[in-house]
Design a protein around this ligand. Structure first.
Ligand code: AMP
Length: 396
């Protein structure tokens, strides 16, 4: 069975066609600059054959047509006909409280998602437009919606409520939702297999956007992102946790409106704001090694906040069996992992700092044999997570 996974942005469609027998992507592609000049689609197959389509793509509908054209390309395609695709799994940002798991993309469910678009005004409308286009172009193919939020829907009110008047939750559903759910689910499930039996797992998903989750016996009990992805860790361009009174003060000094402030905290802050020149961990690592103090500070602040969350989640879980690092930074930055794990012997971690510096691909143990708390790199695979969810729904 082959499942097409779609991750749509406002001007892009990222996709993978996954063979569920092997759980490997047989083709990966990206259609970019949809609705603008120079629309282009680039696809690569698992055996490195490329398809490039440079055609106007005024909307997601034309882009979806080109996705199918590329997948069925006579020379370098991977399928013969649309019906070779058993189903399409669409990534969706927000479930609000309406859904607690992945769903079939029925007209009723899509309408509910549209109603919730104001919870993700930048991401939800293009994702839904793409879904509509895909339904038009692939009329006979079943489609699913897999949310970034639903893995966290098992959190209890004690973890998801803010300390603000309760009516705000009742009337407007203001609460913590959490994001990166497909990654946290995928990685925590892989981690649970390593632990075996009951498990207390902390997943550190560290990339351009970063979040941590605490997962007990497969259920998320807490996560660091909140009402939006702005809360929690310090990220590439996001501030993470900050005193709202400081936000008011900064707004008065910079003469910014509240929406401008939110934009500032999302786009100009975090590692970029501290270093003054880059949000990219590789650039910062290189600069720090050459003596750039602000780059070093950005790295140290990032790691320090991760360490604080790891400690607090160990407390929330009542102990921890395995700490997993994933995402571009989690999988590749020895310096950040090393700083996070420094001084964690008190919680039962015996971290192998030498092994941490040698990157071996795939799932890698970074704790020493006999360490009470295991530490692993577990590469994430959000597309496979969406494909698995889709396959599960088709069976149901
Ligand atoms: P993601 O959003 O998961 O793709 O992660 C992107 C982040 O991972 C960027 O900050 C990259 O600089 C970082 N990253 C990727 N490779 C490395 C590496 N080898 N060392 C340090 N950071 C890396």
């Amino acid at each position: 069975m082959k499942i097409l996974v779609i991750n749509a942005g406002s001007s892009s469609i990222k996709y993978q066609l996954i063979d569920m027998k092997t759980e490997k992507a047989i083709a990966k592609g990206l259609a970019e600059r949809i609705g603008g000049d120079g629309s282009v689609l680039k696809q690569k197959t698992a055996d490195d054959r490329a398809v490039t389509i440079e055609q106007p793509m005024p909307t997601h509908k034309e882009a979806m047509q080109f996705v199918l054209q590329a997948l069925m390309d006579k020379e370098n395609g991977v399928i013969k006909k649309v019906s070779d695709i058993a189903a399409v799994g669409h990534r969706m940002l927000h479930s609000a409280e309406d859904f607690h798991g992945s769903i079939m993309a029925t007209a009723e469910n899509i309408a509910t998602c549209r109603k919730n678009s104001d919870l993700g005004p930048l991401h939800m409308p293009p994702m839904l437009d793409c879904l509509d286009s895909c339904r038009e172009v692939m009329k006979d193919t079943p489609m699913t919606i897999v949310f970034d939020t639903t893995f966290h829907s098992t959190m209890e009110p004690v973890a998801y409520l803010y300390g603000v008047p309760y009516e705000l939750y009742e009337k407007y559903k203001v609460r913590r939702y959490g994001f990166h759910g497909t990654s946290h689910k995928f990685v925590s499930e892989e981690a649970a297999k390593i632990v075996g039996g009951k498990s207390k797992i902390i997943v550190c998903h560290l990339g351009n956007g970063s979040s941590i989750s605490a997962v007990k016996n497969g259920k998320c009990v807490d996560t660091s992102m909140g009402f939006t992805p702005l809360e929690g860790l310090m990220m590439g361009t996001r501030s993470g946790d900050i005193d709202p009174a400081a936000v008011d003060y900064i707004a008065s000094k910079l003469n910014y409106t509240l929406p401008q402030m939110v934009q500032y905290l999302n786009k100009k802050s975090g590692m970029l704001g501290i270093s003054g020149f880059s949000a990219d961990c590789r650039d910062l690592t290189e600069a720090a090694e050459k003596g750039n103090e602000r780059a070093r500070l950005a790295i140290e602040m990032t790691a320090y906040r991760i360490k604080k969350y790891v400690g607090s989640y160990a407390a929330a879980l009542g102990g921890v069996d395995l700490i997993a690092f994933t995402g571009g930074i989690g999988e590749n930055s020895a310096i950040i992992r090393g700083l996070v794990m420094e001084g964690t012997e008190y919680m039962g971690v015996d971290f192998d700092f030498a092994k941490n510096k040698v990157r071996t691909p795939g799932v890698t143990e970074l704790s020493k044999p006999g360490s009470r708390v295991k530490v692993y790199i577990i590469p994430t695979n959000e597309e496979l997570s969406i494909a698995r969810e889709t396959a599960q729904l088709l069976k149901a």
